[in-house]
Write a protein that binds this ligand. Structure first.
Ligand code: NAD
Length: 433
């Protein structure tokens, strides 16, 4: 995620005009702390600005021709109707990553928010999209059946989807029947390696933030923490101590670090995943229980150690506040384990060692590789996953091209009969040129 925008003169965080209202709605419908939702609204505005800027300068290119009196160029054309299907965890941000480039490219959009978090989306569209001509920005609310209807609709040219890998792969199959364009941003089980030389004053709170941000309901959460045995004890003790300082509660309370999980179903699933990890031999160091701190599906930030690569807790995505620690012998084992995963969304490391950093960068498949600063996105840099984490990219110029076709235009400005046309007898000199 990008950083909050700061005024360079005053150092004061900038807020947009509807930020207060939208962030409150986001917290009330999804539970995420309001301070994070204020950031989310800011990131949305920054993303709209980014695409407003680059779309003006990006409309194709001129290509050197291969013969005289010819001109070649490309123009970028919109696809048509884009369906934007969005999950619950960043309802506005992941929407804007789709509709800002889609609209900048000249498409119309049909938005399908998560059935769990539709309200801020409806308000954003009512507030910010009213100046578009009727029919350019559309919203339909509902659950999986509504999303599936959009995927199947013959008037929809492109599906921009963020959500689980299971649903994404179903969408890919359906869309393939009509050879529709798909952009799929799916699940992740990202590694975070803490190497021997890491500054634990930074790596410990960094790892806690990378795993517990938005209650662990982030696609790029550090769902597999790998730490070398030399520093494992120190790291885990400090992570436990730091985690105990985190406040779980109502997202509207400015002191809250972690809100509730999105639903009762989500909490039951996380509980089952932790129970299975313990059955498989993991050790519970912290949390592992429900919390009764108000209205909502609260679950204590949890730390597991003695996790092994085959444990389900690191083989399937845990969308909740569960830090799973694997202790490894050395840097090579850390990198090898981090690289072994069916998912490849992001990867994080903490080190100052250039060799380890670059070896990890080379060996680990990931759409984004973060060194010493987990989970920080940049509107101008592509975001997306490899392997089961998706196909296609959002953000950056690639995120704009996801919503455009390229048309090559070939122009000959002196029309003439070409010597290589029929009849071929002329090419052989059997008839006059
Ligand atoms: P989900 O897959 O359950 O739902 C996502 C959206 O798809 C919702 O709007 C839902 O109504 C819709 N949907 C469900 N079934 C559908 C179908 N058959 N056809 C069309 N639409 C359908 O995901 P979720 O629980 O809302 O979000 C959590 C998941 O999203 C996690 O796996 C997380 O990793 C992933 N995610 C990925 C990214 C990324 O950028 N890679 C970002 C955020 C979340």
């Amino acid at each position: 995620m990008p950083r909050p925008r700061t005024d360079s003169a005053t150092g004061v965080r900038c807020r947009r005009s509807n930020g207060a209202e939208l962030s409150t709605l986001l917290t009330k419908e999804g539970g995420k702390p309001r301070i994070e939702n204020l950031d989310e609204v800011e990131w949305c505005a920054a993303c709209f600005q980014y695409y407003a800027e680059i779309a003006r300068n990006s409309h194709g290119s001129s290509i050197p021709p291969t013969a005289e009196h010819q001109i070649n160029f490309t123009i970028k054309e919109p696809l048509g109707v884009v369906a934007a299907i969005v999950p619950f965890n960043y309802p506005l941000l992941l929407l804007v990553w789709k509709i800002a480039p889609a609209l900048a490219a000249g498409n119309t959009v049909v938005i399908k928010p998560s059935e769990l978090t539709p309200l801020a989306t409806l308000r954003l569209v009512a507030r910010a999209m009213a100046h578009f001509p009727p029919g350019v920005v559309n919203v339909v609310t509902g659950g999986p059946d509504v999303g599936a209807a959009l995927v199947d609709d013959r008037d929809v040219a492109c599906i921009a989807f963020t959500g689980s890998t299971a649903v994404g792969s179903r969408i890919a199959v359906r869309a393939a029947e009509q050879l529709k364009r798909v952009n799929l941003e799916l699940g992740g089980i990202d590694p975070l390696i803490v190497f021997d030389d890491a500054d634990l004053d930074v790596a410990v709170p960094g790892a806690a933030w990378a795993r517990f941000l938005n209650n662990g309901q982030v696609c790029t959460s550090a769902k597999r923490i790998l730490v070398t045995e030399k520093i494992a004890r120190d790291f885990t003790d400090r992570l436990v101590a730091h985690t105990r300082t985190l406040r779980v509660g109502d997202g509207m309370d400015p002191d809250t670090d972690l809100g509730p999980l999105i639903s009762e179903r989500a909490r039951i699933r996380v509980e089952a995943q932790v129970a299975r990890a313990l059955e498989q031999g993991a050790t519970l160091l912290e949390g592992g229980r429900r919390l009764d701190v108000g209205r909502g599906w609260f679950y204590a930030p949890t730390i597991l150690t003695d996790v092994q690569p085959a444990h389900m807790v690191v083989c399937e995505e845990v969308f909740g506040p569960v830090a799973s620690i694997q202790v490894v012998k050395d840097a090579d084992e850390a990198i090898a384990r981090a690289a072994q995963c069916e998912y490849a969304l992001g990867a994080n490391i903490y080190t100052q060692n250039l060799t380890w950093a670059l070896k990890a960068m080379q060996d680990i498949k990931a759409g984004t590789f973060w060194i010493n600063d987990p989970l920080t996105d940049n509107d101008a840099a592509p975001f997306g996953g490899m392997r089961k984490s998706g196909m296609g990219r959002e953000l950056g110029e690639e995120g704009l091209d996801a919503f455009r076709e390229t048309k090559h235009v070939h122009l000959d400005f002196i029309p003439e009969r070409k010597p290589f046309w029929f009849p071929y007898r002329r090419r052989r000199g059997e008839i006059p040129a």
